[in-house]
Design a protein around this ligand. Structure first.
Ligand code: ATP
Length: 202
């Protein structure tokens, strides 16, 4: 899947609508200290479903909304949209009819996040699975933040294994297995309930 465009509005320091075109190949972000390089990477993680405020260097999720500056009032919502080129059909098969996929996450102060894929409202889980099935996502090792290489060298073997699983593309399968197990458990509970009802009727 090729990320084509990232649009931000009201996200951290990007208060005005800002658009970045992402060309094929390696992308580097350069600029003076504090200009918002890390905020950009965080916007990418956030739109892919990151749900830890700590990973966003924020106290709470609302902190990703522009907090105001000396000459600008704060905002009450933030939106990030990621456009993916799927002309090579690298996205999961469910998206084969979509040559372009647009994922949008919006947060309203005090009201949490909503997600849309190609205009249709979906759950955070759906967005996370779309990226996990394509072997990427908010915790993808392809997004390297400051200090991450030294953390990797010092990491415990179990944590390094998670990174290898992500790179091998099996982490999407883990999430799907977990979802299937939850559904199975709910079905078992329903069956037990039905048995009780049937016994009462006998
Ligand atoms: P460095 O090179 O020092 O790592 P950087 O280019 O990665 O810097 P960021 O850390 O992405 O810069 O951006 C920091 C800037 O973003 C700071 O000026 C900070 O005030 C601003 N910022 C972060 N969160 C918000 C917010 N919610 N509202 C407004 N501005 C914010």
């Amino acid at each position: 899947m090729h990320f084509q465009r990232l649009r931000l509005a009201g996200f951290k320091s990007f208060v005005d609508p800002t658009e970045f075109r992402i060309e094929p190949g390696l992308t580097g972000i350069v600029g003076p200290n504090g200009c918002g390089k890390s905020n950009l990477l965080e916007a990418l993680r956030w739109v892919m479903g990151a749900n830890s405020a700590k990973a966003m260097r924020a106290g709470g999720m609302d902190d990703v909304i522009f907090a105001g500056a000396s000459n600008r009032p704060s905002r009450n919502h933030a939106e990030v949209s990621l456009t993916i080129d799927n002309s090579a059909r690298r996205a999961p098969p469910a998206f084969n009819d979509h040559p372009v996929i647009e994922v949008v996450r919006r947060i309203d102060r005090g009201a949490g996040s909503t997600y849309r894929i190609n205009g249709r409202e979906v759950r955070a889980k759906d967005v996370q699975l779309l990226f996990a099935d394509a072997s990427t996502g908010a915790s993808s090792p392809a997004l390297v933040r400051q200090g991450q290489i030294s953390e990797l060298i010092a990491a415990k073997p179990q944590n390094r294994r998670l990174i290898l699983e992500e790179a091998a593309g099996v982490s999407g399968l883990h999430s799907r297995r977990h979802e299937a197990e939850l559904r199975l458990r709910a079905a078992e509970t329903n069956l037990t309930r039905l048995d009780d009802v049937a016994r009462e009727l006998e």
